[in-house]
Design a binder for this molecule. Structure first.
Ligand SMILES: CC(C)(COP(=O)(O)OP(=O)(O)OC[C@H]1O[C@@H](n2cnc3c(N)ncnc32)[C@H](O)[C@@H]1OP(=O)(O)O)[C@@H](O)C(=O)NCCC(=O)NCCS
Length: 409
């Protein structure tokens, strides 16, 4: 039986949802409202699927995100999502064929980069994705005095209900979009759909919602769950899962963490999508109480190298010629000359002698300043032809703050 690759029609939306959920081992049973929003946020034109004999056997899609790059410019960023192949059709190249079509479809729309969360980190490198935004999974024992070094905090924390959160969280989110490279903007439909997931989670109960404000302006928020494990006659013991902590300033970050680490009765606090350089370790009285594990967060795929590299700025002035190898879509690779600095950049195809040869996944890894080319070279993932070029690339691509993306998509 031959496999056909195409977008879904609007009549196929529910079958698409069923196939996506089944691909992850679940059952698609959205409420009426959730289904209506799923249809609005991922329209047929954003999908690319595989069909056999009229049945959906592979799914993929991409949200038309916008996110910041170093220097603050906003780039069109295809948020790849819903990638599954039916268990009946795996390891026959279905994903490979869908990804080829999806990426080309997204570039046709004028999106220079695509990004995704990977369920397994071995999947996407072969398609030219590089590990661009690394997160940290952290756990803190708060039985000791938790925070010693807290920056001055002019604002205040308060609890909000879901209605108020729906009003205030998007304002704090937009502030974070502008403070970090990598956080996608969210429109009203995405917010409405996201708020539907704020119910009880497993045996954790309903979450608590807090917001940090200065002069009435929301600059950060957190959503956290608590679970009391206390047994009478034994030491008080409870867990806190900080599902998401979003802050756009050092003060909001410090205030939110000061709150989370000082909720009595919950002596173990964990979270899993922390920025890697948020300074929390330096605020703790005892750094040994902090367990941190790096975790691959967002993978980027550069689809238009000249456009992507011209859009960001660079910390140091410089000019470099890159020979970029793209083994998945060879016509997107080639030789590019980048000239840039703090005030702007220009990147064009060239025939000049290259300074550096690298696969497109390596370029994606360093694109937002989240990884260092020198380190990738030591791993055999880049080649230097003219001495000093990699040091210059690292000086140019360095980011003032590590990129971050707390949005699950
Ligand atoms: C991941 C998934 C979409 C792969 O689909 P697929 O059609 O089997 O992939 P392909 O046949 O095109 O595989 C291409 C290559 O990637 C490899 N590969 C694919 N998925 C892999 C995985 N999970 N682990 C290791 N290798 C994998 C294949 O072995 C193949 O390698 P080869 O080219 O050397 O032969 C499918 O396994 C799936 O639906 N998994 C569950 C849902 C999921 O995790 N989706 C990803 C969400 S981010």
């Amino acid at each position: 039986m031959t496999i056909e690759y195409r977008q879904i029609t609007s009549a196929e939306h529910r079958r698409f949802g069923v196939a996506v959920e089944r691909g992850f081992g679940g059952h698609y049973k959205p409420s009426h409202e959730a289904f209506a929003l799923d249809k609005k946020t991922l329209t047929p034109g954003m999908t690319m699927c595989a069909f056999e004999d009229g049945e959906i056997v592979g799914t993929s899609g991409a949200y038309p995100f916008e996110s910041a790059v170093p220097g603050g410019a906003i780039i069109k960023n295809s948020g790849v999502t819903a990638v599954t192949v039916s268990t009946t059709h795996r390891r026959r190249g279905v994903l490979t064929n869908m990804m080829d079509r999806l990426l080309k479809q997204e570039r046709e729309k004028g999106h220079p980069v695509a990004s995704l969360w990977a369920s397994e980190s071995v999947i996407y490198g072969r398609f030219g994705y590089g590990m661009s935004i690394q997160h940290e999974v952290i756990k803190i024992d708060t039985r000791q005095e938790a925070l010693r070094h807290v920056p001055k905090v002019p604002g205040r924390i308060r609890f909000v209900d879901t209605d108020e959160a729906r009003q205030l969280f998007p304002i704090a989110w937009e502030a974070a979009v502008n403070a970090y490279s990598g956080i996608p903007r969210r429109d009203d439909d995405h917010w409405d759909r996201g708020m539907m997931d704020l119910g009880p989670r497993d045996d954790w109960g309903k979450p608590w919602l807090i917001v940090y404000e200065e002069d009435g302006k929301p600059l950060g928020y957190a959503i956290y769950f608590v679970k009391e494990l206390h047994v009478f006659g034994e030491q008080t013991h409870g867990l806190m899962n900080a599902d998401i902590v979003v802050s756009s300033t050092s003060a909001s970050h410090a205030a939110l963490w000061n709150h989370l680490l000082n909720v009595d009765l919950y002596d173990t606090v964990s979270t899993w999508r922390q920025p890697s350089d948020d300074g929390l370790a330096w605020m703790l009285a005892d750094q040994r109480q902090l367990e941190r594990k790096p975790y691959d967060g967002i993978w980027y795929r550069i689809m238009d190298i000249a456009e992507a590299l011209s859009t960001r700025t660079y910390l140091a002035d410089g000019s470099l010629v890159f020979e970029v190898e793209d083994s998945f879509i060879p016509e997107w690779g080639g030789r590019f000359e980048l000239s840039g600095g703090p005030d702007g950049a220009n990147c064009v195809e060239t025939t000049k002698t290259p300074n550096i040869t690298l696969p497109t996944a390596t370029l994606a890894a360093i694109y937002l300043g989240g990884a260092k080319l020198g380190e990738l070279k030591r791993a055999g993932r880049a080649e230097e032809h003219i001495e000093g070029s990699i040091a210059l690339a690292d000086a140019m691509f360095a980011a003032v703050r590590a990129p971050w993306c707390p949005l699950m998509f």
